[in-house]
Every structure is written in C-alpha cells, then in structure tokens.
Design a protein around this ligand. Structure first.
Ligand code: ADP
Ligand code: ZN
Length: 633
C-alpha cells in the first residue's frame, strides 16, 4: 500500500513508457486487489485450521462407526470432532480433528444420524454455502479492495470502506440440548405458567390432537431487553428436552435481497426434520414491523416477512414445532404476524419485582462464594427497575472486585459498589467542578433529601453523594423503599413530586438561580403528575376521568392521550397546578428548615458522600431542638 501511495504523484509527470496512462494503473490495482484477497483468505483459513488436525471423511466415518466420537460440531462445510481418546486428555492437550463435509451430505442428516447414535453434537451451523454466494462474496470483497486501493492511489484516503462488511450472514444456531431449565429462570411465574402448556404439548402432541384441540404454533414473548426472553425460550426447549433453533431478526437487516427469505425457508426445513423442536426468533420486530406505514419500505424485509408467514401457515402443528419470538415493541409488529394461528399468544416478560430480583440474585450467586455479611435482600431492595441481565452483571462485577482485592469470597460491599457501577455508572472522580458548582450540587441534593426526610409518606433516603458519575449525574440522592409497594396513595405520590422538585427548590431558595441540573427531575415529576391526572384520577379538575390510553403501559409506561383537544388542555393545566403546588410546598419546607439545609449541605460538601443514617441524625437532632425554639434562620 505504501508503494502505491508513493507512486501516485509520479503519474502526473512523464514516466516510463506504458505507465503513463491511468488505465494501466487501474489494472495493476485490480490484480493486486485480487491477489490480496486470495492471500488474506488463505492465510485466514490456515490460521483457522491450524488448531485442528486435518483428517479425511473416511477417518471420520471410521471413528463414528467404531463409536469413538466424543463431541462433534457441524459447520457449514466441514465437521470438527473430538475422538474419545482426545477427550480423555486434559483440556489443554486436546486437539480436535476436522474434515470437509461431502457435498452430497446435508448437515441436518448428519446431525440426525449422530443423535441417533448418542453422539454429543455441540452445535450445527447451518449457513448458505452455495457457490453463487461464495463467488458473490469474493466479487464483493475484490470490488471493495479495488475501490480501497484506488482511493489510496489517488490519495483520497479510504477510511471506513470495510466497515460492516461480513456482517451480513444470518446464522442459524441449533442446540440439541440447551441445558437450561425453568430452575435457571428466576421469577417470571406467569410466563412460565403460560409456557408450561407448550412444554406439555411438545412432550405429548397426541393428547391434544386426539381431542381435536388446535394447538398454538407460536407465542410472542414481550418485554424489555435483558428481562430473560431468550433464557425462557431456551428453558422451554430444555424442559421439553427438544432441540432449540435460534436466529435473530436483526441479522436479516443487512442482507442481499432474497437471502433472508431463503434463510427462513431453510430454517423451517431443518426444523421439520428434527421435530419436535423450538424455533426462536429474537428481535422479530426487525423483520416483522408493519409493512405499509413506512416510506420506501424495504423489499428485503417484506420478502423475509412473507416467507416467515408462509412457513408458519405451512407447517402442521401436530408435528411438534413451536415458534417463539421475542420483541420489546409489539405495537410496531405487522398485524399479519399476530393473527390467529400465528403469534397469537402474547406472554409478558416483566421487569422483576422485589421477590423476582431476590430470586435472580440467588440464581446468579449459586456458584459464587459469598461471605457471611452478604444480605441479598438489601441488594434486591436497592435495585428496583433493574432487569435480570443487570443483576447477572452486578453479581459478576462484584466477584471480579473481590478477586481484584485478593479476597476469597464476595462481601456486601462488593455488591453495593458494583450496584453503583452497573446501575449508576462508575464514579467519575476526574470531572472537576468549580466550588460554586459544587455548592449548588450539594444544596440541590440535600434539597431532595430533606423534602423526602421531613415527610411521613416518603421512602427513606439511603445515600447522598456529590461525586459525579459517568451516567452524567453530577450527584444523586438514593432512596430505598423498605418494602415493595404495589399501591400508592395520592399523598405518597405528592410527596414524591415534592422530593423530585426539592432540588430545584433548594437552588431557588438558597441561590436564587435555576440550573440545568434539575432537568431530569422536572421530566420525571412531569411524567408522574401527568399519570396522576390522566390515569389515576387524582386531580380535582378531571376527577375520575382517565383521558389517557394505557393499552401499552406495561412496556415503557408510555401512555398516550386519547381525548379531545379541550380535555387535553385541561389535563395540561391540571398537571401544571400539581407541579406548582408540589414545588411551592417543597420551597416552604426548605425555607422553614433553612438552618438544617445549610448544616447538612456543608457536611456533604466536606464529605462528598453521606449515608441515610447520617442525614437522619441531623434531622432528628434538629427535631429535638424544636420545642426549645432555638432554630435560627
Ligand atoms: P432478553 O432475551 O430478554 O434480552 P436474555 O434472556 O438474553 O434477555 O437475558 C440475558 C441474561 O440475563 C441471561 O443470560 C441471564 O443471565 C440473565 N437473566 C435475565 N432474566 C433472568 C431471570 N429471570 N433469571 C435469571 N437470570 C436472568
Ligand atoms: Zn435533582
């Protein structure tokens, strides 16, 4: 590449005969590009293969027939296997063998044969390997190389040309046994119950067909990312002891036209051969979004979706194939997907509640050494809103921290610190605030804390800090509920509004300024006030009317307005009044308790982080003084 670069300026001036025309240069570049592609791919293959011993197909057959196979992985054009002798060696010394897969053999046939003999098949990668695709991908690669080199020659720089290339392969994975059961999925009892029937059906389809019952072909798992949808689908396969096929909708997005559809066809063909089985389609919204509502709708997506619908309609449910799909945005799915006989069942996979979080923590700490002081319940209480994936991550971070500090077991502090890393972002000690900013942040946070602490309907404050976090927060006040609540009274919500607006109130009372730091508080307060008015019937103005529609509320808590414009304006006015009221109350509280506000803010400035107990010590001391009338302004 360097050479080409140096050559190019010379092209402008007179040079050796034959080299003067730019055309010649293009051919040279093209040839170099082809050579480079071939070189790269052969080096890549060599590296890839060197970890295995090459053998022939008949070696493999011999090992198979003499029952000498321990494990097998079937790839799209070859088979990797471990003989029983090799498997008996320590892991570091094991060397697997590989052999090409004869063209006449289908991967699934081979997999079937192996299963029947009881050989462990780790994975089957079913991938389109037709020569056309191969040639096509070479052609594209050469084209890109060519462009790249041409650009370099012209000194235009070729950054980013390779970006995203090679991503366009939708892989279908099959696992004979997922090894996951319902025991590995904490909480989610309702989802499990709904899935139980599917498991029963996979065990015993006749029971259902004899009676003449129509069986579900598919179910849609709906829930936020990380709530365990994939895990549940695997657990269904594990419980029913059937193979698990999986593919992700987002893999289809970058494919050539027609490829998505053929992948879907392949997938269902493979599945029918090994039925009963589970097909899992993750992120189905990537292919299944409404077809007509978007400009310039994508024909690739449409073809893939049509193929998917055909396949689902085509297979006989009595064969025992169940299609599970996952999404966090069911509202954008094409209606055709949700018709009876397709994904007509909807299983909600919710964010876990207190018990669910506790159970998830228990599942993930099963194999972790915990020291005596660990109280998982406290962690579960502190992690309201976290999903299973967050909790799994939290436990792992805690274990890593324990190792870093040279300990043999995870203690409570590890868990608490990781909680902050995972949920709030890591402490960002190098963000430098000016002294004025620091004072503002301290008063702001203590404003929140006092608005909460001085109320009887509030959740106790557990921590206040003015150490900036990577999440962008310059400080935060953490409240920890004593127990999980399912019902809130209007008073409690009003207190929450006051607490949220307490930060801004403190800025205003003490400094007479308004800062941008309160923006998130204000958004949350507005959302809460809107729900109080439009959903919970808690305002005088609208009374018991609920002008918002809540049909999709379980997802992101997003309700949308479903009322006339006049009503909508009245809702806005009522929201405004609630917010003003809460804000004025918060300001009043802080003005009355100004001495306490100053005292705690100064303490926080000095210590940067204080606990809820320290806060309450100040508050209680102040309350004792009250009857003596010694509070100063
Ligand atoms: P989704 O498919 O909903 O995005 P996943 O199933 O991929 O979420 O979950 C990611 C990881 O989070 C899982 O592998 C598991 O470790 C953890 N996890 C999520 N939910 C649970 C749960 N209910 N119980 C135990 N672990 C869970
Ligand atoms: Zn705030």
């Amino acid at each position: 590449m360097e050479q080409n670069r140096n050559d190019s300026p010379l092209n402008n001036g007179p040079k050796k005969p034959g080299d003067g025309k730019p055309k010649g240069n293009i051919w040279v570049t093209l040839i170099i590009a082809v050579a480079a592609v071939l070189l790269i791919s052969s080096v890549y293959n060599a590296i890839n293969d060197s970890q295995y011993t090459q053998t022939t197909w008949s070696d493999f057959r011999t090992a198979f027939e003499s029952d000498n196979l321990a494990e097998v992985e079937i790839q799209y054009d070859r088979v990797i296997y471990l003989t029983k002798e090799q498997a008996a060696l320590p892991a570091a010394q094991q060397k697997a063998c590989y052999t090409g897969l004869p063209g006449s053999y289908s991967q699934m046939e081979l997999a079937d044969e192996l299963y029947n003999m009881g050989v462990t098949v780790n994975r089957v990668i079913v991938e389109d390997n037709s020569t056309i695709t191969l040639i096509l991908s070479y052609a594209v690669m050469i084209g890109i190389m060519f462009l790249l080199m041409n650009m370099l020659t012209k000194r235009m720089g070729g950054e980013g040309m390779m970006g995203g290339f090679g991503k366009s392969k939708a892989k279908v994975y099959m696992e004979k046994q997922t090894g996951v059961t319902f025991k590995d999925v904490a909480g989610q009892d309702e989802a499990k119950e709904s899935l139980q029937e599917i498991i029963d059906f996979l065990h015993n389809p006749q029971k259902y067909t004899e009676i003449g019952a129509k069986l579900p072909k598919g179910a849609l798992l709906v829930g936020s990312p990380g709530t365990g949808k994939t895990l549940l689908a695997k657990a269904v396969a594990g419980e029913a002891n059937v193979p698990f096929f999986s593919i992700s909708g987002s893999d289809f997005v970058e494919m050539f036209v027609g490829m998505g559809a053929s992948r879907v066809r392949d997938l269902f063909q493979q599945a029918q051969k090994v039925a009963p089985c589970i097909i899992f389609i993750d992120e189905i919204d990537a292919v299944g979004r409404t077809r007509d509502s978007r400009m310039g709708s994508n024909s690739e997506q449409e073809q893939t979706l049509n193929q998917l619908l055909n396949e689902i309609d085509g297979f006989e449910p009595s064969k025992g194939i169940v299609c599970l799909a996952a999404t966090n945005r069911p509202e954008i799915l094409d209606k055709a997907l949700l018709r009876p006989g397709r994904f007509d069942r909807r299983i909600i996979v919710d964010r876990p509640n207190l018990q669910g979080r506790l159970d998830t923590l228990k599942v993930h700490t099963r194999k972790i050494k915990l020291s005596e002081d660990v109280d998982l319940k406290k962690i579960a209480q502190a992690t309201a809103g976290a999903v299973g994936a967050d909790l799994a991550n939290l436990v792992n971070e805690a274990a890593l921290r324990a190792v870093r500090q040279g300990r043999k077991a995870v203690n409570q502090e590890d868990l608490l610190v990781s909680f902050e890393t995972v949920i709030a972002g890591t402490e960002k000690k190098n963000t430098v605030l000016t002294d004025t900013e620091k004072r503002l942040v301290a008063y702001h946070e203590v404003g929140h804390a006092l608005a909460a602490a001085l109320e009887k309907h509030s959740q106790p404050v557990s921590k206040i800090t003015i150490v900036p976090h990577t999440s962008g927060a310059l400080g935060y006040t953490m409240q920890m509920p004593e127990e999980e609540k399912f019902l809130n009274t209007a008073e409690e919500l009003m207190t929450e509004l006051k607490t949220l607006l307490g930060g801004r109130a403190a800025e205003s009372v003490v400094f007479g300024v308004k800062t941008t730091g309160a923006s998130n508080d204000i958004q949350r307060a507005t959302g809460l006030a809107r729900n109080m008015v439009a959903l919970y019937g808690m305002s005088d103005e609208l009374g018991l009317m609920a002008p918002a529609n809540v049909s999709n509320q379980y997802l992101d808590g997003q309700a949308y307005m479903d009322c006339s414009q006049e009503t909508s304006a009245r809702v806005d006015a009522a929201v405004q009044r609630l917010l003003n009221e809460a804000y004025e109350q918060a300001k009043q509280t802080l003005i009355t308790n100004r001495a306490l506000l100053d005292e705690i803010s100064l303490y926080l400035l000095a210590k940067e982080t204080i606990t809820g107990d320290e806060l309450m010590a100040y508050v209680n001391a102040d309350r004792k003084q009250l009857p003596e009338g010694t509070v100063e302004a």
